[in-house]
Design a protein around this ligand. Sequence first.
Ligand code: NAD
Length: 467
Amino acid sequence: MLEQILLHHKQFSLKLREEPLKIRLEYLSDLEKMVMDHTEDIVQALRLDFAKPEAEALLTEIYPVLHEIRYVKKNLKKWIKPQRVSAPLGLMGTKNYILPVPRGVCLIIGPWNYPFQLMIAPLIAALAAGNCAFLKPSEFTPHTSALLKVLIKKTFSEDHVTVIEGGVEMTQNLLELPFDHIFFTGSTQVGKVVMAAASKHLSSITLELGGKSPTVIDSTADLEQAAEKITWAKFVNAGQTCVAPDYLLIHKDVFSEFRSHLIKKIETFYGKSDHQKKNSPDLARIISVKHTERLAQLLKEAVKQNAEITYGGDIDIPHRYVAPTLIEKVDMHSALMKEEIFGPLLPMIPFHEISEVLHFINDRPKPLALYIYSHSEMNIEALTKGTASGGVCINDSVIHVGNVHLPFGGIGESGLGNYHGYFGFRAFSHEKSVLRQYWLGRLLRVIYPPYTAFKINLIKKLIRWHL
Ligand code: NAD
């Protein structure tokens, strides 16, 4: 059955290649209308899936996709134009250009943490570039996934965009098929499975993965502001954000002062007592009981290895609640410091010198994001240039993802390729090289056999004269 759908998509994708800009823009407008008309339903589905607060649903799931669609619609005419390039002297008289063409039929696999945005944002890029798409949402957000299926079916023809629901087994079945491009958002571990599967058909891939994003607070930072920004970035979506600050590296001289600011901000945002925090409408739940158990286990093991909980620590597994929690004296070999935390647990580690921080980060897998809170140009430059990460955000956290002019993606274990804005259009396009020959091309006959001494001499001159 999947093969049959793919066959229809392949046929439809050939038609798409010939469609003018106007039609592509209409597809994007249809998608925009779908989101606008059903914003309430989407917010409701996200609430049912994991009590995502309405403000967070609007800000992190609805707004980014509408912003992206509108930006892409404004710029697509420019992006799809063939881009003229010059020719070397040896190819004098030829016309050369780069033609962005659709990849064909794309498979978009999504995670559960931003289950709407992370299906629709890649779809925008896929449609803008003229592709057909299979969407495979996460099985952990059944309400959002079911709604997505209904809305997409209403908006697009079946052979253009199709939602396939299901779990791991279904994803594995999809990965058996010869897609032209696979766009995967999820964990590093499953990213490796996707890459191996893509190699069977040599499908091109984009991997948007996760990891542990370090956050550095040096002694020159504005501590109160840093605390406010980090509190939001860490606890939005209950810490279940791929670019959430995973752990803090804090200069020893400001450590305790920064801790006080952090606690103050947590209490301003979510309430002072355990009861207030647990009942705060502004704190999302953990996606499932299983995921809550994993976080409880991470914390328990860390404490067993002598870590200290200096704030929070309240966990209610059946209600999938984990309190904003600060942890100190963590063992660097504990799972808490090895696995991506992906929840509201925040380890805090003191440092003496910025060189220690550089070593610490460079000793570990390349993260998706690095956050630097500092007013020292030297420290900012040392960290920005001296480490590798998908992106860097200075004196703020997470918000760099919201700039459509910046590519969003990881490096090494945090991902391969990138998207958003023009970069998304490129991810879903093949850049076809086109060379058109004219009458001057007859001169090229000098390079054809028989290779006389005169011709060899001519080639040697070409090399010697840097032509
Ligand atoms: P996941 O890797 O477990 O699942 C993602 C998708 O892969 C789901 O649709 C799932 O059905 C499928 N899948 C799971 N196991 C599979 C297997 N063995 N074989 C084939 N398919 C499989 O990720 P998740 O738990 O849904 O999401 C959390 C992860 O995603 C975190 O690591 C987070 O950092 C990352 N993430 C990255 C970004 C980004 O843009 N870079 C954004 C959001 C989340």
